[in-house]
Design a protein around this ligand. Sequence first.
Ligand code: C5P
Length: 310
Amino acid sequence: MSVRVPAKVNLQLSVGPLRPDGFHSLATVFQAVSLHDVVTITPSGDWRVVPAGPLKHKVPTDSTNLALRAAQAVMDRYELEEDPLEITISKDIPVAGGMAGGSADAAATIVACDALWELDLEPDEMAELAAGLGSDVAFALIGGNALGTGRGEQLVPVLARHRTFHWVFAMSNRGLSTPAVFSECDRMRVAEAGPHGATSHPEPEADPNVLSALRSGVPEELAAALTNDLQNAAFSLRPDLEKLLDAGLALGALGGTVSGSGPTLAFLVPDRAAALDLSVGLTATGLADEVRWATGPVPGAHVVTGYGLG
Ligand code: C5P
């Protein structure tokens, strides 16, 4: 059973206060983009992760692998007595890149287990399992454009004009730790507020500019509306990323943002030709380890048939 699952970019990422459970409340608008992993599960004698695809050397094969944890969570939740699984992850989404690569694999595994074990899970049940695994997993199930609140796992689809946006992603071989970037954001806020400043940040809300840009489908509008509260924290930990953002904008991107907690940078361009031009230009700067182009929105995790044949 094979499931294809997309990466995500955050069009808005507004970070609120730190909650007692250690997560921050968020208001974030996700868009699923056309960089995909494919997760294939096969009943086997024991639990195993088999890395494959262009980024296979980045896939953890131990118990920290979120796909493995997802399969075991499905089995535990429904008290199944199925054979263990061999989970092959064909990886094309950057790892620790801010594009929800590990979360995508977990979402794909939930969909694959549902199909293989004929569980017929309702979307709500899948979303609940997903939320137990990570804040971004539920979005990878639905794809498209969606507003995430809570810690990012409470989702509502965003009404959008049927329109394809063109993206260029500038990637870095060195990942950034999501908890480290959130902590840096907190640290910078305290430092900026000074000794008498406000200690808590307000609850974040959906940005009307982002929602309206998705409704109009005009890339220039969306480019102007991109925001990410984690961007300065990512720059603080990785000053080279700010240079990369400036380079992309100087090369003609309509807009750019750190994707999630970084280090991937996402640039919005008007069309495919501009995406190719920017990809070539950014590659030539030598500031990015890899440059890819993609489109969004695309659908969430879905079963693919005939994968790997021929
Ligand atoms: O949910 P996920 O496993 O993706 O989160 C990884 C880490 O990122 C959390 O342990 C937390 O430190 C941070 N995080 C956060 N607030 C969120 C989402 C993630 O502080 N809403």
